[in-house]
Design a protein around this ligand. Structure first.
Ligand code: DOR
Ligand code: ZN
Length: 351
């Protein structure tokens, strides 16, 4: 059935990079316009590792919100080899932190302080398991001998599977899954209620050939890197399945143009400017607009034990223009951010 208008509960973004300062102030309004809440990634410089740092970052975000916005940032703790289990538990008990983020050391942007060996953080994971605090995982093996397109699948086998065995009640979100293997893994463990996964809009829309369509496309480069078409199809199938363990997480990750279009360009796609429209595009192409609400607005809160947002948004068929550029205040030319699919028209827009 083809519909031209769809009203859904307001979505949430369960994986978002907002940065700080002028960049934060430039990108935040785009998320706040659409999303009720967002899980805020802690990979700042320096990373957010203490309750005090998380409170200060939350205050910076709240101060940057447009007047009247009710957007709620949900803060995360950046896990390091030296993270103190008591500090994690204290920040969780006080409602400062919603979850802990695990970056394997050197897996991606600002992950140099990440975990070098899971054995070192076992006491933290024990405590999180005891208090029910979720662990959000960037699931890529970092060993340079492993082909970049295989890093997620290898991580699942070598690290994620043993981790779930060792901590059988630890609640885990596999972030930004990109492969058939990850989809199968989540389907295997999802029904127990302890494993969920986020899927980005860009991984639903591009495959690895798109990275090189007519030349190298630095703005499509992100981590985990986009995979073959069969993997993209598996992700579309998962997102549109209605299965409650798959939910929306954009991984929107803005970088200044000068850092993307460089000899060694940064990883990250800035999708927040039109996030729900991008997801709608993917769901519409799959003929499954009827399942967008579950994925975008219901499954995430359910996993996190939170109520869905009370208000709604309306989507209608009709061209949504992706903005050309987002410019942080006081920025020069190379400081602007190019939104994913900028200049293109998407088939659904927010009313
Ligand atoms: O592409 C990415 N960009 N992947 C990540 O994991 C981090 C992010 C960033 O912070 O730029
Ligand atoms: Zn991310």
């Amino acid at each position: 059935m083809s519909v031209d208008r769809l009203v859904i509960r307001r979505p949430d973004d369960w994986h978002l990079h907002l940065r700080q300062g002028a960049m934060l102030r430039a990108v935040l309004p785009w998320s706040a316009r659409q999303m009720g809440r967002a899980i805020i990634m802690p990979n700042l410089r320096p990373p957010v590792t203490t309750p005090a740092a998380a409170e200060a970052y939350r205050a910076e975000i709240l101060a940057a919100l447009p007047a009247g916005s009710r957007f709620v940032p949900l803060m995360t703790c950046y896990l390091t080899d030296g993270t103190d289990p008591d500090a994690v538990a204290e920040g969780y008990a006080k409602g400062i932190w919603t979850a802990v983020k695990l970056y394997p050391a050197h897996a991606t942007t600002n992950s140099a302080h990440g975990v070098t060996d899971l054995a070192k953080v076992a006491p933290v994971l024990e405590r999180m398991q005891a208090i029910g605090m979720p662990l959000l995982i960037h699931g890529e093996a970092t060993d340079h001998g492993i082909d970049i397109f295989d890093r997620e699948a290898v991580f699942l086998e070598r690290t994620a599977a043993p981790l779930l065995d060792r901590f059988p009640r630890l609640r885990v979100v596999l972030e930004h899954v990109t492969t058939q293997e990850a989809v199968a893994f989540v389907r295997r463990h999802g029904p127990s209620g302890r494993l969920g996964a986020t899927i980005t809009a860009h991984h639903l829309l591009i495959n690895r050939s798109d990275l090189f369509a007519g030349g190298i496309r630095p703005h499509l480069y992100c981590l985990p890197i986009a995979k073959r078409e069969r993997h993209r199809l598996a992700l579309v199938d998962a997102a549109t399945s209605g299965d409650p363990w798959f939910f929306l997480g954009t991984d929107s990750a803005p970088h200044p143009m000068k850092d993307k279009e460089a000899a060694c360009g940064c990883a990250g796609c800035f999708t927040a400017a039109t996030a729900i429209e991008l997801y709608a595009t993917a769901f519409d192409r799959a003929g499954r607009m009827d399942r967008l609400e579950a994925f975008a607005s219901l499954n995430g809160p359910r996993f996190y034990g939170l109520p869905p947002n009370e208000d709604t948004i309306a989507l209608e068929r009709g061209d949504a223009a992706v903005p050309d550029l987002v410019m942080p205040e006081g920025g020069a030319a190379g400081d602007s951010v190019l939104p994913f699919m900028s200049g293109e028209a998407l088939p659904w827009r927010m009313a």
